[in-house]
Write a protein that binds this ligand. Structure first.
Ligand SMILES: Cc1cc2nc3c(=O)[nH]c(=O)nc-3n(C[C@H](O)[C@H](O)[C@H](O)COP(=O)(O)OP(=O)(O)OC[C@H]3O[C@@H](n4cnc5c(N)ncnc54)[C@H](O)[C@@H]3O)c2cc1C
Length: 260
């Protein structure tokens, strides 16, 4: 498909997160001009934040595959959590998902279509960013207000004082979107529940570490503990976690006993 760029309406995408970037790349590869406006000063501003995401073959990976990034995704992702057991602190299995002996219609994973590899959020964002020309992303452009001009056009005002007009506006600016109010009165609600996940890795790559006494003692303290195949313990701390347990995790992490 080809487009006459001289008559192409300008498309503004607010937010340089995964959604905004995936759309920018999709449009760019099909010859449709668009610009992303992002509030962060640069890619590095929050590059240290964010965990990892699992992407399915038919969903997240499809957006990458159809934009020529499947090989890059394969290179930077890893299988994780494809098998899951929920056990109590005695090791008794209460739920089993995935694995060679999985029963039921799904059966064990056969190929790429059946698994959901994990990729670090920052790595995925960089991978998408590197696939588009740099001038298509305007950093340090926090959208502060939008004014409808009619005929679908909008005037955008950014916190840095710059204004721009677009013929098509796409809101990809996250949970507290400045664009969403144009379409909906819905607002995000805080439900008053906080949680944190603490990762305690075995020193020296001892994969058995997470299956023995540390697992049981963490279970006894926190209740929700996941032992990963590489021995790492993922401890979920929430409102029900006793204060003493949180202090103990803190001291374990601070003492350097285990890498967190
Ligand atoms: C803990 C957690 C785990 C998750 N795990 C998975 C997973 O395993 N697999 C999966 O597929 N999805 C997962 N998700 C969901 C995934 O993160 C979101 O679907 C995805 O990030 C949405 O992309 P987005 O671009 O719409 O928004 P975001 O990624 O939130 O990006 C929004 C961008 O907009 C920018 N912005 C905000 N306000 C403005 C403004 N006023 N002006 C300009 N820019 C602005 C922000 O700085 C940011 O860069 C998870 C989410 C969370 C919170």
């Amino acid at each position: 498909m080809s487009f006459n760029t001289s008559t192409q309406p300008p498309i503004a995408i607010i937010g340089c997160g995964l959604g905004g970037l995936a759309l920018l790349l999709t449009l760019h590869r099909r010859g449709i001009p668009a610009t992303v406006y992002e509030r962060d000063a640069s890619f590095d501003a929050r590059a240290h934040l964010g965990g990892s995401l699992d992407l399915g073959w038919k969903s997240g990976q499809r957006a990458l595959r159809e934009n020529g990034l499947q090989d890059e995704f394969d290179k930077h992702s890893r299988p994780e959590g494809e098998e899951m057991r929920i056990c109590d602190s005695t090791g008794k299995v209460h739920l089993k998902l995935g694995g060679e002996d999985e029963e039921g219609p799904g059966g064990p994973p056969q190929g790429k279509e059946d698994i959901r590899p994990e990729i670090d959020r920052t790595v995925l964002r960089k991978l998408l960013l590197d696939a588009v020309p740099t001038h298509l992303v305007q950093w340090d452009h926090a959208l502060s207000s939008v004014r409808a001009l009619g005929n679908g056009q909008h005037e955008l005002t950014f916190a840095n004082g710059i204004t721009a007009t677009c013929d098509l506006l796409v809101g990809a600016d996250g949970a507290h979107s400045r664009v969403r109010p144009l379409l909906s009165s819905a607002t995000p609600q805080f439900l008053g529940v906080n949680g944190a996940e603490i990762s305690l890795a075995p020193s020296g790559g001892d994969a058995a570490w997470g299956r023995g006494a540390p697992y049981e003692s963490m279970c006894a303290m926190a209740g929700r503990v996941a032992a990963k195949a590489n021995g790492t313990l993922e401890v979920c701390v929430g409102p029900g976690t006793p204060q003493a347990a949180i202090k103990r995790f803190g001291s374990v992490a601070a003492s350097g006993e285990r890498e967190g």
